[in-house]
Design a protein around this ligand. Structure first.
Ligand code: FMN
Length: 214
């Protein structure tokens, strides 16, 4: 079996974003693992519109060219680390939109999260874990949570994420678990005996006849 490819998703795009700092840090740690290949996917390179296709990618072919390029990149990966901030207790819309713009390309692959913010991105990560279940993924229990004091020290005092031992520890645990799941699920996806996926069917809304009030 070829080495699993792990894609690290930079989950915010605004000018002055923080996300690229933890993304570069976790990418460097991941690149030291000989069992995997690593690629950083920056959502700035995939400027998709807010989802405006005629149907969900689970059952309708996508038309948007950038989204097709994004789907191709997701398809190439065997596992993911999404780096997320917290916007009003959820992920940035641009990251959720990127989730929505693919479906089968995510299926049966593991995903882990690195978060930052007041609660270390915990609330955004919990939402993303639920989204991942709908996309038939395996969200990893271990997360990396960069809380406010560390965020401020890195932002304002020139500290690096490397200098925090507890982050190194949780990043190591995250990579151990993600790599295990990436191998297991890649082998299972490649196994001809695999159980077929249950794919969602289009939602239909029945016509409702409304009688005008007399
Ligand atoms: C629209 C908006 C909403 C935010 N809401 C939260 C929040 O609910 N919880 C939190 O911890 N931080 C919140 N923040 C602060 C972010 O954690 C901080 O700005 C972080 O740097 C955002 O990620 P980014 O720099 O990668 O865009 C919010 C920031 C923005 C721009």
């Amino acid at each position: 079996m070829a080495k699993p490819k792990i894609a690290i998703i930079v989950g915010t795009t605004r000018p002055g974003r923080f996300s690229e700092i933890p993304a570069a840090w976790i990418a460097e740690l991941a690149a030291k693992r000989p069992e995997i290949e690593v690629e950083v996917l920056d959502l700035r390179d995939y400027p998709m519109p807010l989802f405006d296709e005629a149907g969900a990618p689970a059952w309708a072919p996508t038309q948007n060219e950038v989204a097709l390029r994004w789907q191709q990149k997701v398809a190439e990966a065997d596992g993911f680390i999404a780096v997320t901030g917290e916007y009003n207790r959820g992920p940035a819309a641009v990251l959720k939109n990127a989730f929505d713009y693919a479906y089968k390309e995510w299926n049966r692959k593991p995903i882990a999260f690195v978060g930052y913010g007041g609660t270390g991105g915990a609330r955004a990560i919990e939402q993303l874990r639920l989204n991942a279940i709908e996309m038939q993924m395996a969200p990893i229990r271990v997360g990396v949570h960069i809380q406010a004091p560390v965020y401020m020290a890195v932002r304002n005092e020139g500290k690096t994420l490397d200098s925090f031992d507890f982050l190194q520890q949780s990043a190591g645990d995250l990579l151990d678990q993600l790599i295990w799941w990436a191998y297991v699920l890649k082998a299972a996806r490649e196994d001809q005996r695999a159980v077929p996926l249950l794919t969602p069917t289009p939602h239909t809304i029945p016509d409702i006849e409304v009688e005008a009030a007399a």
